[in-house]
Design a protein around this ligand. Structure first.
Ligand code: SF4
Length: 403
């Protein structure tokens, strides 16, 4: 299993598979075809259908800079190696220098059809399931944190520090920014208002929920605006883990090392999901994105509050279990409706899962690995309209209503 750094990529929103992945594909072509005078890009599947709303075109043009580039969209081809497929041809004075087919497989990860990316991260975890990791930790009497930092190299902590600093910066910027998000849906930024509400006493609803939501909104609104953020595990789901850790910092005063350790535990949970299933909405629906983020956050909370491996597993399992079936249907192909609100609800759900796990962890019938397997199978059963194509659910009905 690869480093958990793969879960936390620092880049620009709004969609890891639609912006970070394609950006890396363009950078690969630029460095491997230095003589190219033009590029021809064809987007397929979800990239073709929702790329404009997700700013794929914008990122491709920005990355190629002054080199002319033609972008085509093929929405008809269905026999694809992955729902997020793109082909790039390098040209020199009209002659083809070479062509590569890239698969943007989620979380900003990239594969080249039939090849291995030279910068691909080597596996550093011998175990790849929660069951195997749990058994090893029990046998050697070590914690999840010990296990992670033993498997990874010394660069992990500085990297996670950087990711955490960026998460905080993203939330702070989001909390202080007002206005309307780009894209044409006229979605108003709400993070500042939620935080102000959370600072007041409220008789009906726990005010903590407003603060947790404010942090999730702040991160997601920044992502939707195309600003710098950290995938956790994707751009679309980048509000959940930062929101709960930021709330813990503000409320309980955890220091940076403690929060980074929790980030590491969340990353391990995300990496297990990514290795055995998917964190891509285009591949397995929103359960794979926000559901994974919810499981990561719940596990991190259990860890932060001193719970053992069984409670951490139960918290992550419960969080994922109650996101099963969640569809990916972003209105207008933008990562705004239902994505922003969904991150806030998932952050609150992570607290509920962690709280329940504290009591019922010793009698769970469903393991984390089983719920991950179930999520993936459910994702495969979802019709294409519910996997980031903007052809089903809210995306379709909202558009139809407007016609
Ligand atoms: S609905 Fe979920 S999976 Fe789909 S783009 Fe939004 S956050 Fe990502």
């Amino acid at each position: 299993m690869q480093s958990i750094r793969e879960i936390y990529k620092i880049g620009r929103g709004p969609s890891s598979s639609h912006t970070i992945g394609p950006e890396r594909a363009c950078l690969y072509m630029l460095s491997n075809y230095k003589a190219a005078t033009a590029f021809d890009v064809t987007l397929f599947g979800s990239l073709a259908k929702t790329g404009e709303g997700h700013r794929t075109d914008y990122v491709i043009r920005q990355t190629f800079g002054k080199i002319p580039c033609q972008i085509r969209k093929d929405t008809e081809k269905t026999d694809l190696p992955h729902p997020n497929t793109m082909a790039i041809t390098a040209l020199k004075n009209g002659e083809e220098l070479g062509q590569k087919t890239f698969l943007s497989v989620g979380g900003g990860d990239l594969q080249i059809l039939g090849e291995t990316l030279p910068d691909g991260t080597a596996d550093c975890y011998p175990e790849s399931s929660f069951t195997a990791i749990r058994a090893l930790c029990a046998k050697e009497d070590i914690t999840l944190k010990d296990y992670i930092f033993r498997c990874e190299d010394a660069s992990l902590r500085p990297y996670l520090n950087e990711a955490w600093e960026q998460m905080k910066a993203t939330i702070r910027k989001g909390l202080h920014t007002q206005g309307v998000l780009p894209g044409g849906l006229n979605v108003k930024r709400r993070a500042m208002e939620l935080r102000l509400t959370g600072r007041r006493e409220h008789n009906l609803i726990k005010k903590e929920n407003f603060l947790i939501s404010a942090y999730a909104y702040a991160a997601c609104e920044e992502n939707a605006a195309g600003e710098r953020m950290v995938t956790a595990p994707t751009c679309g789901a980048s509000g959940v883990v930062p929101a709960v850790l930021y709330y813990e910092k503000e409320m309980f005063g955890y220091d940076r090392d403690e929060l980074v350790d929790a980030l590491a535990v969340a990353g391990l949970i995300g990496q297990i999901i990514k290795t055995n299933a998917s964190v891509s909405g285009a591949e397995a629906g929103c359960q794979a994105e926000v559901g994974s983020a919810c499981a990561m956050a719940a596990g991190a909370l259990a860890y932060l509050h001193g719970k053992g491996l069984a409670e951490i597993e139960a918290a992550a399992e419960m969080a994922m279990e109650h996101c099963l079936g969640m569809t990916c249907d972003p209105v207008g192909g933008l990562v705004q409706i239902p994505c922003i609100e969904r991150n806030a609800v998932a952050a609150m759900k992570a607290y509920n899962a962690a709280a329940l796990a504290e009591i019922v962890y010793d009698d769970r019938k469903i393991s984390f690995d089983l719920v991950v397997q179930t999520m993936y199978a459910t994702g495969k059963d979802l019709s294409a309209g519910y996997r980031e194509t903007a052809d089903g659910g809210l995306a379709k009905l909202y558009t139809d209503k407007k016609q």
